[in-house]
Design a protein around this ligand. Structure first.
Ligand SMILES: Nc1ncnc2c1ncn2[C@@H]1O[C@H](COP(=O)(O)OP(=O)(O)OP(=O)(O)O)[C@@H](O)[C@H]1O
Length: 544
């Protein structure tokens, strides 16, 4: 029972206080029944009547206090647990390695952060009522035992039978819920395809229809699975109601014929067995909610495990590489995983030295491995073998975050952040200089650390990204085909003005490029073919 484990372990729900409150509330609820029963049997006795009225009032008062406290406390604790869990998930996602996050996929992370936490939140009051109802069933059975052994054995037997029937089916229901979760994630993926690729979808009715058909097909599968579980629960619910109708019938029609002693308590036991129907219905009615919450708790726990630990780990030494002189790749390789267990594309083994302050161009045909190599070099992909050293010291897992902080990267499919996250103090003079250099001063500006306008052309958005990147003031700038979507004027300006501007400031530049007209502007030109790296040219200036 993952959800109960979770609530007990992380929210303290299910501790002694919770059980005492639930027991008191169940006891007061059963007390109301017992008092009504006793009072109904003695309506003529005025003195007894008054005493029973007082007890009746006390039982209700106890019920109100305990039940209210219980529900408010549990919901509050569960909401706090969900808040902690959400924060922890975001933290784990943030700290996860790029490849791990890529493998988990966005759909599952979105689902756990939104839908699954919402299921837990909505389930909390239902679970309280179910636990409290189960306790009430226990008390009512005890009350029955005090009235009549036969009635108790019958009721306990029927309750046990119902529980066993449900348990025998819970494995199948659990499997169905897991399958529904996975298909719902596929649904989110389909929706993302439609929304992220909306322009492309809008431009082709065939594509639009095909996406709609796929979404409709998955939606229908999810619906079938959900109906399957709901049908099982509806059957459980009706079976449990009928079981108790039959139980009550047996108590009235059958047992009095076989037991003389029972006749004296028949009214009270029948009332008690009727009283059982409410709490039993609560328990049975909450089973789907409980199963959903259980599946949600399992999904969140599984995701947390997949994303890895957020443990403190080795302390980061901020700026440990800030004064670096050279980065050396020593027989470094990286292999992509391929579908179907085949070995994937491999880059390397690469031997390369990047001295501080150089401008390095990386060229090669499509699919030759440039992007993969750059991701290996900047520490986004872990080396499958070999090592990266900074001034002789290997970049270990503990040093990876500090190593990555050396680089400011504009990926070919970059995300333009309107807000300049992570820049403590923006160098206003540099910002003005960059806006002018990239001719963006009339298009957008910086206000409170944000670009005022980001709805711009593709080339202009890349220029804003460049401004944001340079304001980070990292010692190494990486550009993955930055100039690809610039007009000839800006392409020229990028190679002839921006790159020298960076070189003058001692910034190391690693640029993937296809612009052969400018290859000679690099200090080092390396070319890639089939994942292998070949140094084409090293400028004499760097030969010292
Ligand atoms: N996420 C991935 N998973 C598995 N294989 C991948 C992945 N990304 C790339 N590859 C493989 O690596 C090869 C090199 O890809 P990469 O993106 O490094 O090439 P590139 O030289 O940057 O190409 P381009 O000039 O087209 O951008 C691809 O041909 C592909 O087979």
């Amino acid at each position: 029972m993952k959800v109960l484990d979770l609530f007990r372990r992380e929210a303290g729900v299910g501790g002694l206080r919770f059980l005492v409150l639930a027991a008191l509330s169940g006891l007061s609820n059963a007390g109301v029944l017992a008092i009504i029963n006793v009072a109904a049997a003695n309506v003529q006795d005025k003195a007894d009547n008054f005493r029973n009225l007082v007890l009746f009032g006390l039982a209700i008062a106890l019920f109100v206090v305990t039940q209210r406290t219980l529900m408010i406390e549990v919901c509050e604790k569960v909401e706090r647990l969900i808040d902690r869990m959400r924060t922890r998930l975001v933290e784990r996602a943030r700290r996860a390695e790029y490849l791990d996050l890529d493998e988990v996929g966005r759909a599952e992370i979105y689902a756990c952060l939104t839908r699954e936490t919402q299921i837990l939140s909505q389930a909390a009051p239902n679970i309280v009522i179910a636990v409290q109802s189960a306790i009430l069933v226990g008390f009512t059975l005890l009350y029955m035992a005090a009235l009549s052994e036969t009635a108790f054995l019958l009721s306990a037997g029927f309750t046990l039978l119902g529980a066993m029937i449900h348990l025998s089916r819970s494995g199948e229901v659990k499997r169905q819920l897991r399958a529904a979760f996975e298909r719902e994630n596929a649904l989110i993926e389909g929706l993302s395809d439609m929304l992220d690729g909306f322009k492309e979808v809008k431009m082709s009715t065939d594509r639009s229809d095909a996406i709609a058909r796929r979404i409709a097909r998955i939606s229908a599968e999810v619906t079938r699975m959900r109906i399957g579980t709901q049908t099982a629960y509806a059957t459980d619910f009706v079976t449990s109601q009928v079981t108790f109708f039959i139980l009550t019938g047996i108590m009235v029609f059958v047992v009095p014929n076989v037991s003389q002693a029972y006749i004296e308590v028949v009214v009270m036991t029948t009332t008690a067995s009727l009283f059982l129907i409410g709490p039993v219905s609560n328990v049975v009615g909450s089973l789907p909610i409980f199963a959903n919450a259980n599946a949600a708790a399992e999904n969140i726990t599984r995701l947390e495990a997949r994303l890895g630990s957020v443990g403190a780990g080795p302390a980061a030494v901020a700026g440990r590489f800030a004064g670096f002189r050279r980065i050396v790749l020593d027989r470094a390789t990286f292999s992509h995983h391929a579908a179907g267990g085949e070995s994937g594309f491999r880059v390397g083994p690469v031997d390369l030295t990047v001295e501080r302050g150089v401008t390095l161009f990386l060229t090669g045909g499509n699919g030759s491995g440039k992007t993969t190599f750059i991701r290996l070099l900047i520490g986004l992909y872990p080396a499958s073998s070999g090592v990266i050293r900074v001034d002789g010291a290997p970049v270990t897992a503990a040093a990876l975050a500090d190593y990555r902080n050396l680089f400011s990267v504009i990926f070919s499919d970059n995300h333009l952040f309107a807000e300049l996250y992570g820049i403590q103090e923006i160098d206003a003079a540099l910002a003005d200089e960059l806006f002018a250099l990239l001719e963006m001063q009339h298009k957008s500006k910086l206000e409170d650390g944000r670009f005022t306008v980001t709805k711009l052309s593709g080339g202009q958005r890349k220029r804003l990204a460049l401004i944001g990147s340079l304001l980070e003031k990292r010692p190494i700038c990486v550009f993955d085909e930055w100039a690809a979507d610039q007009d000839p004027h800006f392409r020229e300006k990028f190679y002839r003005v921006v790159l020298p501007f960076l070189k003058d400031r001692g910034i190391t530049v690693l640029a993937i490029t296809h612009d052969d007209a400018y290859f000679d502007l690099a200090d080092i030109h390396v070319d890639m073919k089939n994942g292998g790296l070949n140094v084409v040219r090293t400028a004499s200036a760097m030969a010292e």
